[in-house]
Design a protein around this ligand. Sequence first.
Ligand SMILES: [Zn+2]
Length: 84
Amino acid sequence: MPIYEYRCNGCGKEFEVIQKFSDKPIKKCEHCSSNDVEKLISQSSFVLKGTGWHQTDYAKKDSSAPKQAPSPACAGCPSSKGGH
Ligand SMILES: [Zn+2]
């Protein structure tokens, strides 16, 4: 699916939207809800910007980090059960 670029004249932000050819153009800014959005002609090809890198980064941090064991002092504490 192609990526369409839009620019909001309300807040000045440019954003990309992945749409089907049959989809209607965006009329509303996703940042400021302004209706003053214009479609830009994009010459850029379909580029995936680092898709998935953050997921592996999270996985590494998650596996390396020691899991927090529940404190023995609070194991029998009634208030800790409803805390989560
Ligand atoms: Zn906007």
